[in-house]
Design a protein. Structure first.
Length: 374
């Protein structure tokens, strides 16, 4: 089984090492999103060159296309997509919730029609784990009930109770169909109610998983409320297991959440925003379409040593983007993924040195802010 070692803390911020079948992950860690067995616009070699240690794939999309039978012929995602490092796959529940043409939630699972061809499917807790086992993921996620925001207290109670029952079924299937060489993470729900988050965490921790995730954040709630729920929930999770905040977020979010004790993150923001012309720098974000970059010979960020910043000017990147050249998306994405990966790497180094508070102060000072805007 994969194992987690907590190396040190700087206040609540944690540095650890998570051993998996495809390598050791140094935490805290950011995981680029590779939904369909690819981080959009990049080759696996380019992702590796950013310093990324682990990527995220999606059960729903890969189950529907190309299908686990095809991926299984390659022994799983690693060989199929030529990525030799760890992979985490999410359960597919959120995509059923957000993409499927028709869906029905039952005790058994999600009944849905594919957004691709309308074919009928059932995603049960057991099916989700079965698919992730076929993908040979290093970290697999329990199927949970996704909750919209705002949700009533009654809806949040129902969702956390169903999520708990499904978590038990996921663990039973995982234990009986694997040798536990990978890791299964349980997911805490509870909406925006602190006492329900506490109830969910207690129930999920009691099932005893190799790692734990906090779901249902960054779903449209105010930033202050998201941080409040994270701050309340993170200390409820075991200190000797990795803690994963799902689907979050901005650079500021990551700095704040690491400071609260989170270890793992994923978000589409660096890749999606790159394709929309937004680039992340130490001073904040810039829009590459801005006319002020038309003749700018400098890099995106003088402090950055990514491939894009070492070789290309802002003027060239602006030209590529305004001309809608494919290379624009590639170079922008290389920079943004590198920025996120190295942001978290810098936090880890600061934690190991016992200087996380200094790192956080410097992070905001470079942006001209004394504190976060939430």
């Amino acid at each position: 089984m994969s194992t987690f070692q907590l190396i040190t803390q700087s206040e609540c911020a944690r540095a650890g090492a998570f051993n998996t079948p495809h390598g050791t992950i140094q935490t805290p860690v950011f995981m680029p999103v590779g939904t369909q067995a690819t981080v959009k616009a990049l080759s696996p070699e380019e992702v590796e060159a950013t310093g990324a240690q682990i990527i995220l794939g999606n059960t729903y999309h890969l189950y529907l296309r190309p299908g686990t039978e095809i991926i299984g012929r390659f022994g799983g995602l690693h060989r199929f997509m030529h990525w030799e490092h760890p992979i985490l796959t999410d359960s597919g529940g959120f995509q059923v919730f957000s993409l499927a043409k028709l869906r029905k939630l039952t005790e058994a699972g999600y009944q849905f029609q594919s957004h691709i061809d309308g074919s009928a499917h059932m995603l049960s807790p057991e099916k989700s784990i079965e698919v992730q086992i076929a993908l040979n993921s290093d970290i697999i996620m329990c199927l949970d009930q996704c909750l919209e925001h705002p949700a009533t207290r009654e809806q949040a109670i129902d969702a956390l109770e169903l999520t708990t029952r499904w978590a038990r079924r996921c663990k039973t299937f995982w234990e009986t169909h694997t040798e536990r060489q990978n890791s299964l993470f349980g997911i805490v729900q509870g909406g925006m109610f602190a006492d329900l988050r506490e109830r969910s965490a207690e129930a999920i921790v009691a099932i005893d998983f190799p790692g734990y995730a906090i779901g249902g954040l960054s779903v449209g709630e105010p930033k202050e409320l998201m941080m409040e729920m994270a701050a309340h929930t993170l200390p409820l999770l075991p200190a000797d297991r990795p803690r994963y905040i799902m689907g979050v977020g901005t650079p500021e979010d990551l700095v704040e959440l690491v400071g609260l004790g989170a270890d793992m993150f994923d978000c589409v923001m660096p890749t999606r925003n790159a394709r929309n012309g937004q680039l992340f720098t130490e001073q904040g974000t810039i829009n590459i379409c801005n006319a002020r970059f038309r003749e700018d010979a400098g890099p995106v960020d003088p402090a950055c040593d990514c491939y894009t910043c070492r070789h290309y000017s802002l003027a060239y990147l602006r030209h590529l983007y305004t001309a809608r050249e494919i290379l624009a998306y590639r170079l922008n994405t290389i920079h943004n993924v590198h920025y996120y990966v190295n942001l978290v790497k810098g936090m880890r180094e600061a934690i190991l040195a016992g200087r996380f508070a200094d790192y956080k102060n410097a992070f905001y000072a470079k942006r001209g802010d004394a504190s976060p805007a939430f």
